[in-house]
Design a protein around this ligand. Structure first.
Ligand code: GTP
Ligand code: MG
Length: 273
C-alpha cells in the first residue's frame, strides 16, 4: 500500500556563499548524519571544486507534500524505513571561482529540463560572526545580489505559457554558536541594506553611462526601479523569488548529538520537496 510513496532521490539543491561560511562543513555533517557507518568529522579546507552528495532527510522532518505528518501517521514509519533522499552541491566560495563554479552551476541546474532533477532551492550560507567586517559584508552581499539577480532574470524571462517555478533561497545564517555572531534578524537587515547600496550604485552607473550611449536593456536592477529601499519582501512581491533568513550552526554547542543546529535548514529543505 505504501510502496508508491514518492521518494525523489534526485531533487537537487545548490549550496552557495562566500569562502569560509561553512558550506563544506555543512555538507560533511549531512553526509555523516545520512550514513550510520561514518560518524567521523572530516576537517575542511578551502574548496576548489564543486561536489555533489546524496543525503537523507531525517524522517521526522515534514516535507512540503506531507506537511502535517503526526507521530502516529503511517507515512512516518514509511519515511523511517525509506528515508527521503536529496542531493546537495557544495561549491567553492572563493571570489575568483564564483563565476566559473557557483554562478555557473546555478545556470546549469536551473536549465535542467527534467522535472525530477530540477533545482528545488538554493542554500546561501553566510558566516554571521564575520559580517561585522565591512569588506566581508560587501563581498557577501555582492555574491547574494548576483545570485538573486540571476533568479530574477530567470523569473522574468520565463514564458507565461510554460511557467517556470521560482527557485527559493535560504540564507543559512551559520555559526550562531559563536558569541560574536549577529542574530538572523540583524543579518537580514544588514544584507538588505548592503544590497540596496549595491543596487543604488549600479543604477547610478547605468544612468551615467546612458548619458553618452543607449541604456542596454540587458542591464537590470534587482527588485524594482522605484526609489523604494530593497528588501527580500519586495523581491518576493515584485518577482516571486522567496528569500528566508534562518539561523543555525554546523559546529559548536548548538549541534549536540544529532546536529540540531541544522534542523531548521533541513525543515526548509523538506518544505521544498
Ligand atoms: P570554501 O570552501 O572556501 O568556500 O569555504 P566553506 O564555506 O566550505 O567553509 P568550510 O566548511 O571549509 O568552513 C570554514 C571554517 O568554518 C571551518 O574551520 C569550519 O570548521 C568552520 N565552521 C563551519 N561551521 C561552523 C559553525 O557553525 N560554527 C563554528 N564556530 N565554526 C564553523
Ligand atoms: Mg568548501
Amino acid at each position: 500500500f505504501f510502496q508508491t510513496v514518492a521518494s525523489p532521490p534526485s531533487s537537487n539543491f545548490l549550496l552557495l556563499g562566500p569562502s569560509g561560511a561553512g558550506k563544506t562543513a555543512f555538507t560533511t555533517l549531512l553526509e555523516a548524519k545520512s550514513s550510520l557507518a561514518s560518524n567521523k568529522s572530516h576537517s575542511t579546507h578551502t574548496s576548489q571544486q564543486s561536489t555533489l552528495v546524496t543525503v537523507t532527510l531525517p524522517p521526522t522532518v515534514p516535507t512540503g507534500s506531507n506537511r502535517y505528518r503526526s507521530v502516529n501517521d503511517p507515512s512516518l514509519k514509511e519515511a523511517t524505513r525509506n528515508p527521503i533522499k536529496y542531493r546537495i552541491k557544495d561549491t567553492p566560495g572563493h571570489g575568483k571561482l564564483r563565476a566559473s563554479q557557483g554562478i555557473s552551476e546555478l545556470q546549469t541546474m536551473t536549465q535542467s529540463k527534467d522535472i525530477k532533477t530540477r533545482l528545488r532551492g538554493v542554500v546561501f550560507m553566510v558566516d554571521t560572526a564575520a559580517l561585522v567586517d565591512e569588506a566581508t559584508l560587501r563581498d557577501t552581499a555582492t555574491y547574494l545580489h548576483d545570485v538573486l539577480l540571476f533568479l530574477q532574470k530567470r523569473a522574468k524571462n520565463g514564458s507565461s505559457s510554460k511557467r517556470t517555478t521560482e527557485v527559493p533561497v535560504l540564507v543559512a545564517a551559520n555559526k550562531q554558536d559563536l558569541f560574536t555572531a549577529l542574530p538572523p534578524g540583524a543579518v537580514k537587515e544588514k544584507l538588505e541594506a548592503e544590497i540596496d547600496r549595491i543596487r543604488k550604485s549600479k543604477t547610478k552607473g547605468l544612468l551615467d553611462a546612458s548619458a553618452d550611449t543607449e541604456l542596454e536593456d540587458e542591464e537590470e536592477i534587482l527588485g524594482n526601479d522605484e526609489q523604494e529601499a530593497f528588501s527580500f519582501k519586495l523581491l518576493e512581491h515584485e518577482v516571486g523569488v522567496k528569500v528566508d533568513v534562518v539561523g543555525g550552526a554546523v559546529k559548536g554547542d548548538l549541534q549536540e548529538e544529532f546536529g540540531s543546529g541544522v534542523r531548521r535548514w533541513e525543515e526548509w529543505v523538506g518544505m521544498c520537496l
